[in-house]
Design a protein around this ligand. Sequence first.
Ligand code: NAD
Ligand code: MG
Length: 398
Amino acid sequence: MSRERVTILGSTGSIGVSTLAVLARQTDRFEVHALTAHANVERLAEQCLEHRPAIAVMVDREAAAALRDLLARAGSATTVLVGEEALVDAARAPEVDVVMAAIVGAAGLLPTLAAAHAGKRLLLANKESLVMSGALLMDAVTRSGAKLLPVDSEHNAIFQCLPTGYICGEPVHPHGAERILLTASGGPFRERPLDRFDDITPDEACAHPNWDMGRKISVDSATMMNKGLEVIEACWLFALEPDAIQVVLHPQSIVHSMVTYADGSVLAQMGNPDMRTPIAHSLAWPGRIASGVAPLDLVKAGRLEFLPPSRERFPCLDLAYRALSAGGTATTILNAANEIAVQAFLDERIRFPAIARLIDASLSAVPVQSADSLDGILAADAEAREYARDWVTAQANA
Ligand code: NAD
Ligand code: MG
């Protein structure tokens, strides 16, 4: 049997590295076709030497030149390509079977859409592309016959709790499912006194108690905007109305989400908090492969708790619901404002509580349009970023 060829968009990130760790155990079944990154030359070079992809893509021009140099000196046969168009080509190349979409943020949209249009098996970690452009992405998947598999641990858990034969994008109700319980750890500030939120540092926000992730999603987890983005993601993946989704705090991160059925059954997927599990599931579905994750020891875990999230502590959650009910490009605006706000916080230009204020202001200021064309989505994204950047500058000068 010929091996399945895989492109990893964002191979140098947290999800990319975990994906390569799973693939390294499965070399009989998969081969790496393309690895892509923004600018991390050293890590991409190491990955190319170990996994020998046909193609490596660097978005940054200088980084691409440095990578080409390093690989040539090491005698590598990998071809180095450069720029955003090369990312799109790596996602839609005819020889590729599987695309792991693991770029962070809006930069992942175009290559993810390209993989969907090309009918690939699309492993979706880049939730921002669904938040920005859910209708277009789901439409591309349906038209091309692409297989969309959720990598985000909660959505992967929900998918695993739905009946065999369920395809992402179909309504879940005809399968007897009624509601989704989306679990959230509550992040590092679940118990921090609210009067100490002003002093939160980037490193504190990135120190997640259970998961080891990239810095942007770590801050999203600390504000709980991550859960807001995930509610939007779940609405698209499982064709649900927002009120069929309940967010539940579960500090242990063992139950990754649940589905409740018409007969009162509740199915949960459990496991250690390690992204190699949903990655391996999405690679092998409908089969199963080893991921390298340690077996779950429930006796050691001891207690599993479930609590309501505090809206006062986590205003970003309500902002996500507000954008969802506004519809159109409101979630595109939400995502863009959040990306600018998180970066400004990481750069120490705004304080942690200002992240929510900036998103709130952007949702109020930037007009919502219909979200049925890519040009419209990109225009809304650009307008919201411009508004948010000006807001940050005004705040810094105040
Ligand atoms: P990360 O910051 O660790 O890695 C991001 C990757 O994207 C890197 O390879 C980087 O080179 C690439 N990248 C960044 N900017 C780019 C640009 N402008 N153009 C091209 N490539 C660019 O991020 P991560 O934690 O691996 O998260 C990746 C995605 O997966 C995010 O959408 C995140 O929400 C989602 N996700 C991550 C986790 C996790 O555990 N890390 C869990 C669920 C979902
Ligand atoms: Mg998640």
